[in-house]
Design a binder for this molecule. Structure first.
Ligand code: BDR
Ligand code: CA
Length: 304
């Protein structure tokens, strides 16, 4: 998993662990929602919260591939997880290996068995592909939370652009054109899986209730401003959900490119639905989601 922890990244990590279905080889961190030091510290805290000592954490890129860093403090709070684990002291050690090198090692060792779950800006994977281009033919599949395709105009950074792609569009462009098996879990579907206070209350009395309640409180207020309702989108957990159960999402193969030069639509994921460019499909986009089934499973797994 590659994360920029982030409230929904934290929930995605917990969901992946509690599903007990995945062999999580490691977690790589990337600059994104908050600067890398916070991202990494949050990731270590989340693993401690889960009582998970065996999953190694690898620090990654401190800044995007080419551009200046942008952050999402207004969504995730100044520390990235809504100050929910302020008092927790981090004891879990960090690995020495750089994230991109761990991705390269994992590709060489696990080949097509390897799934990369990317829920932050794509800097680490772009760096890995630049350093060791041959890994593009080894990695089994790449499942990315990012972009907005059919609902263009409903971005969350620019009208056309979603945060993970906007935060490092050059890296996304590198990743999208390497012939990898990519599924893009975009805002088109993640905006259909909204967590509300009712879902949180279902966790009452369980291991993660306090964390989820504290972490999502202001995130839901942000949702109120953005969507007109107190709720938060489970972007990154849905990406894990797809890996656990691919039937959750309806996908379609399409040619997708990333805009990197227009200030008006920087980071837009442009999907050639009609094949006008005559280019081969390079991404499976997601057009439909069984929201009810996902939300039920998410709450059930987090509830233990
Ligand atoms: C994505 O950006 C971040 O704010 C979230 O963690 C998610 O990965 C949604 O646009
Ligand atoms: Ca994220």
């Amino acid at each position: 998993m590659d994360v920029d922890t982030g409230i929904d990244d934290a929930l995605a990590i917990l969901y992946a662990i509690e599903s007990k279905q995945l062999d999580i080889l490691g977690i790589t961190t990337v600059n994104g929602n908050v600067p890398l030091d916070y991202v990494t510290k949050n990731t270590l805290k989340i693993l401690s919260l889960a009582g998970e000592n065996d999953i190694p954490v690898y620090p990654g890129a401190v800044e995007p591939y080419l551009r200046e860093a942008v952050h999402e403090f207004k969504v995730h709070g100044n520390d990235g997880i809504g100050n929910a684990l302020d008092d927790m002291v981090v004891t879990k050690p960090l690995e020495d290996t750089f994230a991109a090198d761990f991705i390269i090692e994992s590709a060489r060792e696990h080949k097509e068995e390897l799934t990369l779950i990317m829920v932050g800006p794509l800097t680490n994977l772009a760096l890995a592909l630049k350093k060791a281009p041959e890994i593009k033919d080894m990695i089994g599949r790449v499942v990315i939370m990012g972009g907005v395709v059919s609902d263009a105009g409903y971005g969350n950074m620019l009208p056309t652009s979603e945060f993970n792609i906007f935060a490092d569009a050059e890296a996304a462009k590198v990743v999208f054109h390497k012939g990898l098996d990519i599924t893009l879990v975009s805002l088109d579907v993640t905006h259909q899986v909204m967590m509300t206070d009712e879902h949180v209350e279902k966790l009452k009395g369980t291991k993660y209730y306090d964390f989820v309640k504290d972490a999502t409180d202001e995130y839901m207020d942000y949702g109120l401003r953005l969507y007109g309702k107190r709720q938060c989108a489970l972007h990154d957990p849905l990406t894990v959900g797809y890996v656990l159960d691919p039937n959750l999402l309806e996908t379609k193969a399409c040619h997708v490119d990333v805009e990197t030069s227009s200030p008006l639509s920087y980071g837009q994921t442009i999907c050639d639905f009609r094949g006008l460019l005559g280019k081969a499909p390079n991404v499976k986009i997601c057009l439909g989601v069984d929201s009810g089934r996902f939300l039920e499973d998410f709450v059930e797994k987090l509830g233990g």
